[in-house]
Design a protein around this ligand. Structure first.
Ligand SMILES: Cc1cc2nc3c(=O)[nH]c(=O)nc-3n(C[C@H](O)[C@H](O)[C@H](O)COP(=O)(O)O)c2cc1C
Length: 198
């Protein structure tokens, strides 16, 4: 299957691992091994976090195992329709209280740094990741027996780039084939001075 590559119109030159990343909904049907997934978790493990508290927790399932099916059952139907082709699925969660038992304001930030490392390592290895906010967080919390001081954040689908676009529901095929990615301009979100409302 020919791999889709996207045009990423950068304003400055950046490393290829970041530039070539995108979030497919079709994945190659070559399985991911547990050690490939553990390597991604290793990359996440070395993210920085507030006071090194490492608030991230991950449930992972590999296609064919029971955990995978349990994660899939927590996704909203829109995401189930395409994520069922992924080779690995994550539920991500974070600790809501810090070392002093107070609200851990930066916990979701730190989970984001963790996942940033994971997706860049994945891309380096030819593995694509697609984050999902579309899941039943409460259901996932119960399903995987999280304790009260943890909150489920997202699910993530993984698989090698190069999946068959035809495997997707018709409505999603066009989006998968869109050629150019887009972002706000740097001048719209970064200010060498006061905040500007744009
Ligand atoms: C926290 C988060 C939640 C997202 N939720 C969904 C989702 O539920 N379903 C989906 O198809 N894509 C979801 N996405 C994917 C985004 O739509 C996608 O990352 C964005 O359009 C930018 O595209 P790119 O990752 O290919 O650059 C989510 C992404 C993030 C980071």
């Amino acid at each position: 299957m020919e791999k889709i590559t996207k045009i990423t119109p950068t304003e400055f030159d950046i490393m290829d691992e970041i530039k070539s990343r995108w979030s497919p909904r079709a994945f190659d049907d070559v399985p991911l091994s547990e050690s490939e997934v553990k390597q991604l978790l290793e990359a996440g493990r070395w993210a920085s976090s507030s006071y090194n508290q490492q608030p991230w927790r991950i449930i992972y399932g590999l296609k064919g195992d029971a955990v995978y099916e349990r994660i899939l059952s927590c996704l909203i139907p829109f995401n189930q329709d395409w994520a069922k082709n992924a080779q690995a699925l994550f539920i991500t969660a974070f600790k809501k209280t810090n070392k002093d038992g107070e609200p851990y304001y930066h916990a979701m930030h730190d989970l984001g740094l963790f996942m940033g490392n994971v997706v860049i390592q994945a891309n380096h290895n030819g593995i694509a990741a697609h984050h999902m906010g579309g899941l039943d967080q409460e259901k996932a919390h119960q399903e995987f027996d999280f304790s009260e001081d943890f909150e489920v954040a997202t699910a993530v689908a993984f698989g090698r780039y190069g999946g068959a676009v035809e495997s997707l529901p018709e409505g999603l095929q066009e989006q998968e084939l869109e050629q150019e990615r887009s972002r706000m301009s740097i001048t719209d979100f970064a200010f060498n001075g006061n905040f500007e409302s744009k």
